[in-house]
Design a protein around this ligand. Structure first.
Ligand code: CO
Length: 471
């Protein structure tokens, strides 16, 4: 069912292809940047939705563009560039979609499908998240190829590593002790298993640290981390992987919602790699864990941005978002897992939708924390608000301007700051009326505007990025 559009659909520009690639030494700036802000915001996202005569079908499928906003001496420079890997090159050469994406299949025969079943080909359209690993900057997706790029020029630098499985996440965690990455992959075959792995800061050889056998793997976009455990939530949106190449349907359309299974929480001991039996709770779906930590009484807290079911995936097909928005709102739920009692309880933390949440990661990941910053949509509209959540007071404040559509607010901690929320937020915002985008800098304490700088074109809606003070 669709709700009436409450606002003119000025967000539509955010789902249009951007052809321009530019390098600009300085962007027009309103306001004054903090003197300490010296570094770069690096973001990835889909920016081209057609190849030749063919169109990608889902927001998650578009061709990867990287964006860089660099700050120094109170000014901002900007660059954007398509990731010119195999997916890009083959598409340009053939005029056809070359590799399977999340919800779009390449143009190929059934025979070809079957023949590639046990040696699947993956593209390198890594448009979900930017991750730093040692000195490498990676653009990541859920296909098992992570690519590298030059953080200054945004030029493609090839495949960085391959995870130990066919499906992985673009949301690894930092291992504080090694400065390496913790992530997970689904190994598919005669037997399927979840594999958790560590990748050292200078390594291209993932080391599997834990395995869990599974018949039908769930779709998992991220996971939580405490000092002792990996908190792994398996939602009942599951797949029999062997059916994927034979079904004639794109990857995502092979997943089935089986709510009777419930959601299973696995706690994987980071030291031993052992996982106790999972603890089952009510069915729900999520893309993003927000944070997790351990209480003194041995219970584990996992904050997750949840949906009642995966219907949001359906809502994000390009035909659907272009035809009018009816997004199921997500909410921050706090799950308290008691491993001794085998129970999970949950509560809703704030009275607003909340997605694409960020925290003061360096200070608070794996630990007790108070603040998160994310985005929300007014019912019947695209994402049009930035939300600051106070999870101690259980309250929130918002930034909103009519006809403006903000993306993920990346928190940048002020060097030497003493409070958890000492810093700024960086969010790429589409101005739906002018059909251009700007970078918005907000004070993370109260969402008051610090500065904004305008880009000469629109930036298609993206997913995630990071801030690095060293590039
Ligand atoms: Co994500």
């Amino acid at each position: 069912m669709r709700t009436e559009l409450l606002a003119p659909p000025t967000y539509l520009k955010g789902f249009e292809t951007l052809e321009e690639e530019v390098t600009l030494d300085s962007l027009p700036l309103e306001g004054e940047l903090p003197a300490w802000l010296s570094g770069s915001l690096l973001r990835t996202g889909p920016a081209k939705f057609e190849v030749g005569e063919h169109s990608y079908r889902h927001w998650f499928d578009g061709l990867t563009m990287l964006h860089r906003f660099s700050f120094g001496d109170g000014a901002v420079s900007y660059g954007n560039r398509y990731y010119r890997g195999n997916t890009w090159k083959k598409g340009q050469e053939t005029g056809a979609i070359p590799y399977p994406e999340f919800a779009t299949d390449p143009c190929r025969s059934v025979f070809k499908r079957v023949s590639t079943m046990f040696s699947p080909e993956f593209g390198d359209n890594a448009n979900i998240n930017v991750v730093r690993l040692g000195e490498r900057f990676l653009s990541m997706t859920e296909a098992p190829i992570s690519v590298q790029f030059d953080p200054q020029t945004l030029e493609s630098a090839g495949v960085s590593f391959k995870p130990p499985g066919m499906i992985t996440t673009a949301h690894p965690h930092l291992n504080r002790a090694t400065k390496g990455m913790l992530n997970f992959a689904v190994k598919v075959g005669a037997r399927n298993e979840y594999r958790f792995f560590h990748l050292g800061p200078d390594s291209d050889q993932p080391e599997v640290t834990a395995k869990i056998k599974v018949k039908k793997p769930g779709y998992v976009h991220s996971f939580g981390l405490t000092e002792r455990f990996i908190v792994f939530a398996e939602f009942p949106w599951v797949v029999n992987p062997i059916e994927i190449p034979l079904s004639g349907r794109p990857y995502a359309e092979n997943y089935k919602w089986e709510p009777e299974r419930g959601t299973r929480f696995f706690l994987v001991d980071r030291e031993t790699g052992k996982a106790a039996d999972p603890i089952t709770t009510d069915p729900f779906f999520a893309f993003h864990h927000l944070n997790a930590y351990e209480n003194d009484d041995g219970t584990i807290v996992a904050d997750i941005q949840t949906y009642p079911d995966p219907s949001v995936v359906e809502q994000l097909y390009l035909d659907n978002v272009r035809g009018g928005i009816d997004l199921t709102p997500s909410e921050i739920r706090r799950f308290t897992i008691d491993p001794a009692a085998g129970t999970v309880e949950h509560e809703v933390m704030i009275d607003t939708p909340f997605e694409l949440g960020r925290i003061n990661y360096g200070r608070c990941n794996e630990r007790r924390y108070r603040y998160a910053w994310g985005v929300a949509a007014t019912p019947g509209n695209w994402i049009d608000r930035i939300v600051r959540a106070d999870l101690e007071e259980r309250s929130h404040t918002e930034w909103h301007e009519s006809g403006r559509y903000p993306g993920e607010p990346v928190f940048v901690a002020e060097p030497g700051g003493t409070e958890e929320d000492d810093g700024v937020l960086l969010s790429v915002v589409l101005d739906g009326e002018r059909e251009t985008s700007f970078l918005l800098v907000l004070d993370a304490h109260d969402l008051s505007e610090v500065a904004r700088c305008e880009v000469p074109h629109h930036i298609p809606f993206g997913f995630h990025g990071l801030y690095s003070s060293t590039v």
